[in-house]
Each structure stands twice: as C-alpha cells, then as structure tokens.
Design a protein around this ligand. Sequence first.
Ligand SMILES: Cc1cc2nc3c(=O)[nH]c(=O)nc-3n(C[C@H](O)[C@H](O)[C@H](O)COP(=O)(O)OP(=O)(O)OC[C@H]3O[C@@H](n4cnc5c(N)ncnc54)[C@H](O)[C@@H]3O)c2cc1C
Length: 396
Amino acid sequence: MKLLSAPSKKNDVIILGGGSVGLSLALMLLNQGLRLSVIDRRQDLPWIPPAEFDTRVYALNPQSCALLEKLGAWKYLDTSRIGIIREMEVFGDDQGHLRFGERSNYLAKVVEDGAIQSALRSVLQAMYGQSWFQVNEVHSLHLNTSDISIELNASQSLSTSLLIGADGAQSWLRQTLNWEADRHDYRQQGIVMNLSCSEPHDQIARQWFIDGEVIALLPLGGNHISLVWSAHQDHAQSLLALESCDLVDALRSKIGMPLGPLKALSPARGFPLQLVKVPKIAGERCALVGDAAHGIHPLAGQGLNLGFADAACLAQSIEERGLGPDVGDQSVLRRYVRRRALPVSLMQEVTDKLHLLFSQNTLIVRPLRNMGMNLVNNIPFLKSLLVSHAAGSTER
Ligand SMILES: Cc1cc2nc3c(=O)[nH]c(=O)nc-3n(C[C@H](O)[C@H](O)[C@H](O)COP(=O)(O)OP(=O)(O)OC[C@H]3O[C@@H](n4cnc5c(N)ncnc54)[C@H](O)[C@@H]3O)c2cc1C
C-alpha cells in the first residue's frame, strides 16, 4: 500500500468490478441514497443479443430471479430467450437415476450473461444516468483512519468509506490486501456451448455423471439448450480442439440422443474449474463479493446465485446501520461476514463432496452412489429437500 496525495472526490462506496454481482450491489446501494462509483476495466458497450444465444448462460434460482425483479431489471430481459427449469433429471454411471421438481413451479431460470448485465445497466442508467460508472483500473490503495484512498490511471485518486471487490476470481483487491485464497484445482475445464435439439427439452435440465466428468444440458428459450461439460483437463483440451460438429458427436457417444439429433450453434469455450475458499472476506474498510469471495464447481450451477446473495446481504447489512456508523465500519462488515459464512461454506462443501463422490471409481463406491441416487429418488422428503436446496431457499 502506498500513501497518496489528497483525494479529489469522496464516495461512501467504491465497487471495483461491474460484472453482474457488482452492478446489482451498485443498484441496491444507490437506491439507499449512497454516493457510489463503480470502476471496471471493460468498456460499457451496449449488448447486442447474438442470434444464437450468448455462450455464457446462468441457471438463476428463484431468489436471484426475485432480486432482479425487485431491482427492476427483469423487465428488460427478453423472456422468449429465457429457459425455465421445472424439473431436473440426474443420471449416475451405473443405473442410478434421480428426478425432482414440480411442473407447477420452477427450480431455476436460465438467462444469458450479457442479458443480465445489460438489464442491470439499463435500470442504473434510467435511474442514475452514467456518472456512477467509469472505465478505469486501480493501481494502489491506502488505508487512512476514517477512509480509504485509491489511485487510478492518469493519477486520478478517489476516497471512500468502503471499497468493495466485485472483481472476479482473480480479484485485484483480494491480492493487494494479501487476503489468502485456498485453492483446490479440480484439474477440469467447464466447456460451454449452445445447441439446438430436435425434440422438445420439456423444461427439464438433464445431468450425467460419467467417468468422473459431469455433463449438463440446460433448457434455453425455444428448442435451444446450453451444454456445460466439466471435463478432465486433457480430455477438455482435446474436446476444445474439435470442430463443433465433432464435439457434438463426442457428446452423443457419452449420453446418447435423449433430445434427438443435436446441432451446435456456437463454438465451445472452456473455463478452468477451482474450489476457492477465502477465509477473510471483509475488514479494514474493504469487502469482497461474488467470485472474488468464493469459487465453486459449476455442477450445481450456483456461483452467481451465491454472488447475488452476497450482494443482497452486504446491502442489507449496510442499510441496517441506520443513522449509526459509516458504511465501512467494522460492525457493518462483521455482520456481513457472519451472515455469509454458513451459506457459502455449505454450498462449497456440497458441490465439492458431490464432485468427489463421482470421481471415485472403486468397486465399492460406484454401485453405492448409484444406489444412493435411486434411494433418494424414492423418498419424497429427501427430494423436497433437494428442491429447496436447488431453489436457494437455504440461503438467508
Ligand atoms: C462453466 C461455468 C458455468 C457456470 N454456470 C453457472 C450457473 O448456471 N449459475 C450460477 O449461478 N453460476 C454459474 N457459474 C458461476 C458464474 O460464472 C460466476 O459465479 C459469476 O459470473 C461471477 O460473477 P462476478 O460478478 O462475481 O464476477 P465476474 O463476472 O468475473 O465480473 C468481474 C468484473 O470485474 C472486472 N474486473 C476484474 N478485475 C478488474 C480490475 N483490476 N480493475 C477493474 N475491473 C476489473 C471485470 O472486467 C468484470 O467485469 C458458472 C461458472 C462456470 C465456469
């Protein structure tokens, strides 16, 4: 950390990172009347929906959907492009089968990354213009007694009561503060790609656990689906090197043709998968939210859902201070830390243990896990627990 000259502008909050989590938090805090700036190194370009869907899509649980609704962002989404997951069907690697969900309700809605960010920006723009946002990068920060100062490009400096890192998995803020991140590399990549299917997906998300890998097909609008294939590193490299139609063939050889012939609509992209535990997520007038604060395996599709819940929790913790301490006060941050500890570690444990369970290929574990799936499939109470977990109702 380095000492700076007198800052030019005082904010209550600066959010570093204007991805979905940073933008949602910005909106919640601006709605509280706080003075706020969001800094992102990316240009704020208008989002033009690609004809064949954004390759990055997220299964948002009902809580995240309700948050976007409450913030006024949902009305900016094109509902014809949104996939609804009413049921989930999971296949083991030895006759194990599990199906849960209710037709009358939904487990999640599948929304494009670009669409979420564009919808949040539209609300922010309509309510607060553009002055809250700047394209920039932070070089250094200095903690003073009553605030924190940051230095940006072109020798510009800003001061704030609270600096929030919503700057993703490689968080600059987390690294600069030397807040540790315990990483476990899954040695897998999440390969994502959009496809069209010739038979209706029936609003069912399908997932296969095969050879220690996980293949998920998520319904999108119309007859489109999104593939998320968590593949071992070497296998992922070879899959990513294939022509799209050959990748579809490789997929068919694993899962058959549950939705009839599939056609690739986009090139595949790969993302490294890691479990990232961050023991310290707040303190000294700084806090982390979203992927800056945690990383999980995407097999349960919950990373962004956790991030939205972080944002809602931090905004609530700030609001609850009333006329009391300033927004960067330790008591506010401690409340945030306390509330997020259990939901985040629970989700990390569940996804990590599920991944571990299906990576073991011993003669004992394999039949047991498949029996376990069939057992759960026949116990309504356990199935409704699964539904509430998938729907995010364990979040608070
Ligand atoms: C294969 C795969 C599938 C997934 N599927 C799901 C799913 O179905 N459901 C779900 O809930 N989650 C899912 N996730 C998780 C989800 O992708 C992340 O949790 C989510 O995108 C994190 O959002 P964020 O806003 O925290 O970070 P990001 O989206 O990474 O945003 C970070 C922002 O910070 C900016 N930034 C970074 N560093 C700086 C800097 N130094 N200066 C200025 N700006 C900076 C970046 O430009 C970016 O705009 C999936 C993940 C993977 C890999």
